[in-house]
Design a protein around this ligand. Structure first.
Ligand code: KG4
Length: 356
C-alpha cells in the first residue's frame, strides 16, 4: 500500500506491506519555509507539496528498493486539513491510481493517527480503546469501540493544543528553524529553575466544567499577556528579549497548565468510556492510545503514565517519528480499510472539514 499524506505542511509517502512491514518511507517537512513566514501559508504550502511530491515519492520507493510497478494499492489522506494542500495529494493519488489501474482508498487523517499504534505496538492495542489525539490542528479524545465505530468524547472548543504551543514559542522567541514550536517550548520549560517556575502560574482551563472538552485560547492569551507584562517590567521591547530564566519560567508555567488541563479531561474521558462500555471493575485496563505531534513531549508522557495507572487504563504511545504527520500512518490506515472490506474508490474527493 502506497500511503500519501499532504494534509498540512509535511509531504509524506510510504510503502507498507499488508503484514505491517514498513518497506520504505520519506517525509519532507516545510518547517524551514514556515519559519520564514511565521506560520503556514496555505497557498505556499500547497505549492511546496507539488514541488516536492516527485522527490519524496522517489525517496520512499528507493528506501523500499521498489518501483511504482511494485505498488498494489494507493491510500491518500483526504481530510481534515488545508484545502489547497489536500487537493495536491488527492489529485496525485487519483492520477497514480488511474494510470496504473490500482485500487484507491480515501483515508481520514484523524483515523490514521488513531490507528498508528496498531501498526507499531506489539501486541497491538485491540478495540475498544480510548485515543487522545494532540496535534497542531486538533485536540480530541475519542472512544474507538471497533474499527470505524468512533465516538468523539471531547474536543477543543477553540485552539488546538499544538497551536497554543506554537504561538507560545513565537511569543517567547523560540527559534523555529531548530525544531517545532512545541519542542522548543518543552526545551525552554526544562531550563526553568524552581524559583522561576513557582513565581509564575496559570490556572488550569475549564477546571469546573463538567465536560470532556478542551480550551487553550484563554491560556494562550494569559501567557502572552503575562509575557508582555514581564517585558514591560524588565524594560525590554518584547518577551523574546527577556532573560532566559524568565522565558523558561513562562514556558514551564504554560506547559504545566496545558498538561494539567489535558490530564483533567482525559481522566474524565476514561471514566466515561468505562461507563459507556459497561466495563466491570475487574475488566482488563482500557488502553489509552496517545497520538499526534504533541505526544512527542516527554513531560506529557510521564504525567499521563501516572494518571492512566490511577484510572484503570494503560498508556500506549506511538513512536516519536510516527507522532508527526507521515505517509506510513496513511498506508497503514488504507491497509486496515482493505482488511475490513472497505470498497476502494474510483477517485477521491478531499474534504478540509472531514470528521471522524
Ligand atoms: O501531528 P502533528 O505533526 O501535525 C498536525 O498538527 O497534524 O503535530 C504538530 C504539533 C505542532 O503544533 C508542534 O509544535 C507540536 O505538535 N509538538 C510539540 C512537541 N513536538 C511537536 N508540542 C509539545 N511538545 C513537543 N515536544
Amino acid at each position: 500500500m502506497l500511503g500519501i499524506e499532504t494534509t498540512f505542511d509535511d509531504t509524506g509517502i510510504a510503502l507498507v506491506r499488508g503484514d505491517g512491514t514498513v518497506l520504505g518511507e520519506a517525509v519532507s517537512s516545510q518547517r524551514r519555509l514556515n519559519s520564514q513566514f511565521g506560520g503556514t501559508v496555505p497557498s505556499l504550502a500547497a505549492e511546496a507539496h507539488r514541488a516536492r511530491f516527485r522527490g519524496v515519492l522517489a525517496d520512499a520507493l528507493a528506501d523500499a528498493g521498489a518501483t511504482l510497478a511494485d505498488v498494489d494499492a494507493v491510500a491518500v489522506a483526504v481530510g481534515p486539513g488545508l484545502s489547497a494542500c489536500l487537493r495536491v495529494g488527492g489529485d496525485l493519488a487519483n492520477g497514480l491510481a488511474a494510470a496504473a489501474g490500482l485500487p484507491l482508498y480515501a483515508v481520514n487523517h484523524l483515523e490514521a493517527h488513531l490507528l498508528t499504534a496498531r501498526l507499531t505496538e506489539q501486541p497491538p492495542p485491540t478495540f475498544p480503546f480510548v485515543s487522545l489525539l494532540v496535534t497542531g490542528g486538533n485536540t480530541q479524545v475519542i472512544l474507538a469501540e471497533a474499527f470505524g465505530r468512533y465516538t468523539l468524547l471531547g474536543q477543543t472548543l477553540d485552539d488546538a493544543i499544538g497551536e497554543a504551543f506554537d504561538k507560545t514559542a513565537r511569543t517567547l522567541g523560540v527559534d523555529l528553524a531548530a525544531g517545532s514550536g512545541g519542542a522548543g517550548v518543552e526545551t525552554l520549560a526544562a531550563a526553568a529553575t524552581a524559583p522561576a517556575t513557582s513565581a509564575i502560574r496559570f490556572s488550569i482551563p475549564m477546571k469546573s466544567h463538567d465536560s470532556m472538552d478542551f480550551s487553550f485560547s484563554g491560556l494562550k492569551t494569559a501567557l502572552a499577556t503575562r509575557a508582555a507584562t514581564e517585558a514591560a517590567a524588565a524594560g525590554v521591547d518584547a518577551p523574546a528579549a527577556l532573560p532566559l530564566a524568565t522565558r523558561a519560567g513562562l514556558a514551564a508555567a504554560f506547559q504545566d497548565a496545558a498538561f494539567g488541563h489535558v490530564l483533567d479531561k482525559t481522566k474524565r474521558a476514561l471514566a466515561h468510556a468505562r461507563a459507556q462500555l459497561a466495563l466491570p471493575d475487574d475488566a482488563p485496563p482500557l488502553p489509552l492510545v496517545l497520538c499526534g505531534g504533541v505526544s512527542a513531549n516527554a513531560a506529557l508522557r510521564v504525567e499521563l503514565e501516572a494518571a492512566t495507572a490511577d484510572a484503570g487504563a494503560t498508556l500506549v504511545t506511538t513512536p516519536l517519528r510516527l507522532c508527526t504527520d507521515n505517509g506510513v500512518m496513511i498506508a497503514w490506515a488504507g491497509l486496515e480499510h482493505m482488511a475490513a472490506g472497505t470498497e476502494p474508490v474510483d477517485h477521491v474527493v478531499t474534504d478540509p472539514r472531514l470528521v471522524l
